[in-house]
Design a protein around this ligand. Structure first.
Ligand SMILES: [Zn+2]
Length: 425
């Protein structure tokens, strides 16, 4: 039965300090702040606590022991617990009722229960957002818990220990660019494009001096300088692997004609071409991680004994995309025109260059063709001058020899252009 005679709400709340910033309150810590009188606690031992209300951050319980009851309000303000018992007790320390009540809460609901009473704590939120919490009224008052389907709940119930998110976000967000060892010198890779396609493309390593910002190789050393032992301390493991692959590729390339479709009957070259194609396929992912990749127009093998000439070098980017080929047969009035289109990731790459066998070049980006067949087809179109024109008088032969076989392997779209009747190109 509540002691209604006693004034309530008029007394100044008593303050209980928490043990630490985490609102922890142990029975020992509570005892230190209680007056010596109440420590015997015989008078108000193990009270039953009944939830009455929660309003404006204040939890009111009915605190009952041996047929006597007092309302007791608990509120967390800043880093303190305010305790207000309606008994009207005036001393500086808390009364026995408050002591017995808090002792019961700590014993039954834990030393960390009071954190839930923070202004933005679990109890405040449980009353604001009923669907997300389970409330449980017991003889220890009121407890609330988050619904398990919420999983980790920010601030209230994180499932992962505090993490250093800024540090996490600074981790590499993409496969790392191969780091070059910090030095004045760096290893560059030169994609060898042989003049008049005497050789198929090869790749050669070459050390060089970096510019001030280390964004580019300013002066190259002699060709192949990157594979000598004196440089090994400057190389990453990937570069060592890449150098070996370059060496093996070069051994094959230097003995092989520089084109796919002309030199010899294609069948005789099949095996060697496949080796070269596969070598390039293996080289590509390693090369993509290299910061210094260049094209190099080689006029003769003799040039490999010197430094690469600056005028023959251009910086390039190696794309990971495999372009795909398709064709358009355009009606130009008197003639048809067969054109090759190239798409990368579904997007048309316009203005590409086909001069480098096995690859296409678009601006400064180089794409490796997806198959030896694609490479041969691209070479054919390149050697044809970019497209193939067919007079309508010759169409039936063209259809039989070229169009029908081509259509079996590549999409060919027919485009009529009545508007451009007299436009031969
Ligand atoms: Zn009291």
């Amino acid at each position: 039965m509540a002691n209604t005679d006693t004034p309530s709400g008029n007394t100044t709340p008593k303050i209980i300090r928490f043990q630490d910033e985490n609102y922890r309150l142990s029975t020992e810590w509570l005892g230190k702040q209680a007056g010596t009188k109440v420590l015997g606690k015989g008078n108000w031992h193990s009270p039953t606590l009944k939830f009455i209300s929660y309003q404006q951050g204040s939890l009111t319980l009915l605190n009952t022991c041996k047929n006597q009851s007092y309302k007791l309000a608990l509120q967390v303000q800043e880093n303190q617990l305010l305790v207000n018992c309606e008994c009207g007790h005036t001393g500086s320390a808390i009364c026995e009722h408050a002591y017995g009540c808090l002792w019961t809460i700590i014993w039954r609901l834990g030393e960390r229960y009071f954190e839930k009473l923070k202004p933005d704590g679990a109890i405040a939120l449980a009353f604001a957002h009923k669907n997300y919490f389970d409330k449980k009224e017991t003889t220890a008052g009121l407890d609330v818990s988050l619904r398990p389907e919420l999983k980790s709940v920010f601030q209230l119930a994180p499932k992962v220990d505090p993490i250093d998110l800024p540090a996490i976000l600074k981790l590499p967000s993409a496969p790392a660019q191969e780091e070059t060892i910090i030095s004045e010198e760096a290893l560059g890779y030169l994609l060898i494009i042989s003049f008049r396609n005497k050789l198929l493309p090869a790749l050669l390593p070459c050390m060089g001096k970096l510019n001030k910002n280390r964004t580019d190789i300013k002066i190259f050393n002699q060709f192949l300088s990157g594979v000598q032992k004196q440089y090994s301390h400057l190389l990453t493991d990937t570069q060592k692997e890449l150098n070996t692959a370059c060496y093996h590729l070069w051994k094959v390339v230097e003995k092989t004609p520089g084109n796919i479709i002309q030199a010899k009957p294609i069948k005789k070259l099949d095996d060697i071409l496949a080796v070269i194609f596969d070598s390039w396929r293996k080289i590509l992912p390693l090369l993509q991680r290299q910061p210094f990749v260049y094209s190099y127009y080689l006029y003769g093998v003799g040039q490999l004994k010197k430094r690469p000439a600056k005028s023959q070098i251009g910086k390039i980017v190696v794309s990971e995309l495999s372009p795909s080929l398709r064709f358009v047969l355009a009606d130009k009035g008197a003639v048809y025109q067969l054109q090759m289109l190239i798409t990368g990731n579904g997007k048309l790459i316009s203005g590409f260059e086909t001069g480098i066998t096995l690859f296409i070049l678009h601006q400064q980006t180089i794409y490796m063709l997806a198959s030896l067949r694609d490479a041969a087809i691209a070479e054919w179109i390149h050697r044809s001058g970019g497209w193939i024109t067919v007079f309508k008088e010759h169409f039936s032969g063209f259809e039989r020899k070229i169009l029908i076989p081509l259509k079996e392997s590549y999409p060919v779209e027919f485009v009529s252009s009545k508007k451009r009747k007299n436009d031969l190109l």
